[in-house]
Design a protein around this ligand. Structure first.
Ligand SMILES: [Zn+2]
Length: 60
């Protein structure tokens, strides 16, 4: 099982979670959708990380 969702653009696994921006991504994090950034092609995307909580802050 991959630890991180692979990049939809280049298929790379060198991705890291990036900070959430705006209300939309705050809301998406509630349903386990998190923004990621690919280190290889620099694209930004969102992926479902079901059951995984990255945030330490409780959503309002
Ligand atoms: Zn990529």
């Amino acid at each position: 099982m991959p630890r991180v969702p692979e990049c939809p653009s280049c298929g790379g696994r060198d991705v890291r979670r990036t900070r959430r921006e705006g209300l939309t991504e705050r809301l998406l994090s509630i349903i386990y959708m998190y923004p990621f950034r690919c280190d290889r092609c620099r694209c930004r995307y969102r992926a479902m990380r079901w059951g995984r909580r990255y945030t330490k802050r409780v959503p309002a």
